[in-house]
Ligand binder design. Structure first.
Ligand SMILES: [Zn+2]
Length: 425
């Protein structure tokens, strides 16, 4: 009898545990990325702009475009051996897309893995823009005095791009972010405009902001990165193109641990954050909502770079006086996330190929010229470069190819549902 009662309670406990776990799986709010943009009336908010570096002293304002450029210039001048500015490219309207590169001032041969932060590809999601500027300032000022920052910079090559869509952010002119918009100046959503390895149509309208970013990341060897957004507070790990039931990321367990550490640290400074979407504070992107042609999957798939999408503020355009509070609960998580690059999962195997035919393989891979497919198939073969442009195609059933004429690099071979990454030497 006692056993039965115990078993009953245990069963009830399991049931309620299951329902708690299931409840965590249901998002509390829609993905801002997934729907027609949730329009926010920043007109009613207190948006205060800083039209000089001095006015940024309290970090409770948004910089004008000129102030932003001036801040970047001043860091490069103040810390000439510790950082320099890279121009990733220019926007449709000719604004600069910049990155600051931070490395230790000493020259040696030590291997340092490359880390990348970038923010605000949706121009109205401006919290991350200011967080990134403040992170740059904190790291540079802390080098030599703060032990954690010093060690981190000594061991890591860090690039930070605070603003990937300046035309969207300064849609209302260079002196305000009040009329910022999600899209670039051509009204294109830049997070739907990256090559998608998983079967959607190749891009024929790639925006120059993204072409520049693709060139930039292709010239680096980033191992870990994050892309900052707003409109929700949740860590969004890959894939975005699939639900985790369809195709879990091979490093899913690692991602979950990383997301937990980020969220737990933030909540230890302010407990009411990262609760608006999932109780856990994190999700696989596709489980929240599947989106195609996003940057996260592009970085993970094409570059074997573990990239996380960080949705860091419920509001896309915070009142400027809220910015210091967001920094207070995010700063430690943002720094610690860079440190995760020193404990990456031992294998990223499985990121490479998404073959739906079990025997579909190409070899040799890497190759200098000849490439073979091991199995019969009944589809046209297309070969795409790292920008998502088709560079070669072959008729149905072809099983031997010559890639000798191509430049060295990464290519994506697509045959029906099969997608294989090919390295040309
Ligand atoms: Zn966004």
């Amino acid at each position: 009898m006692k056993k039965t009662i115990l078993a009953f309670f245990f069963g009830a406990f399991l049931l309620s545990l299951t329902s708690i776990l299931n409840a965590q799986e249901k998002p509390l709010k829609p993905r801002p990325d997934a729907f027609p943009p949730i329009t926010e009336n920043s007109g009613s908010k207190a948006i205060t702009m800083a039209s000089s570096i001095e006015e940024m002293a309290e970090w409770n304002r948004y910089p004008t475009y000129e102030t932003y450029l001036e801040m970047m210039r001043q860091w490069a001048e103040t810390y000439p051996t510790l950082c320099h500015i890279d121009t990733i490219g220019t926007s449709v309207q000719g604004r600069l897309i910049l990155s600051i590169y931070i490395q230790p001032p000493t020259v040696d041969d030590l291997y340092r893995p490359e880390f990348f932060y970038s923010s605000t590809m949706h121009g109205d999601e401006v919290t991350g823009f200011v967080m990134m500027l403040r992170l740059i300032d904190t790291l540079l000022k802390g080098y030599g005095s703060n032990e954690q920052y010093t060690n981190l910079i000594n061991r890591t090559r860090i690039s930070i791009n605070p603003l990937s869509n300046p035309d969207g952010t300064y849609h209302g002119g260079n002196n305000t972010v009040r009329y910022s918009q999600r899209y670039n100046a051509n009204n294109v959503d830049l997070n739907r405009n990256y090559p998608d390895p998983f079967g959607s149509a190749p891009l024929n309208n790639q925006q120059q902001e993204n072409t520049a970013m693709i060139d930039y990341v292709s010239a680096h060897n980033f191992r870990l990165s994050a892309n900052l957004h707003g409109g929700a507070e949740v860590m969004n790990y890959p894939w975005d193109s699939f639900t985790s039931a369809q195709n879990p990321h091979p490093n899913r367990d690692w991602w979950i641990e990383v997301c937990k550490r980020f969220v737990d640290t933030s909540r230890s400074y302010s407990s009411n954050h990262f609760r608006d979407t999932y109780n856990s504070g994190y999700t696989a992107g596709g489980d929240w909502y599947v989106i195609p042609n996003g940057r996260q999957d592009y970085m993970n798939y094409y570059h074997n770079c573990l990239e996380l999408t960080m949705e860091i503020s419920s509001s896309k355009t915070l009142s400027s006086d809220q910015l210091p509070e967001y920094w207070r609960f995010l700063q430690h998580s943002l720094v610690n996330y860079i440190e995760e690059i020193h404990s990456l999962p031992s294998s990223t195997e499985g990121i490479d190929d998404i073959a739906t035919l079990p025997d579909f393989k190409v070899f040799p891979n890497p190759t200098r010229d000849k490439l073979f497919i091991n199995d019969a198939h009944d589809d046209e073969i297309q070969l795409f470069d790292i920008k998502g442009q088709e560079v070669m195609n072959f008729p149905k059933g072809t099983r031997q190819f010559d890639l000798g004429a191509l430049n060295g690099g990464v290519y994506i071979l697509r045959c029906g549902e099969n997608t294989i990454k090919v390295i040309k030497q």
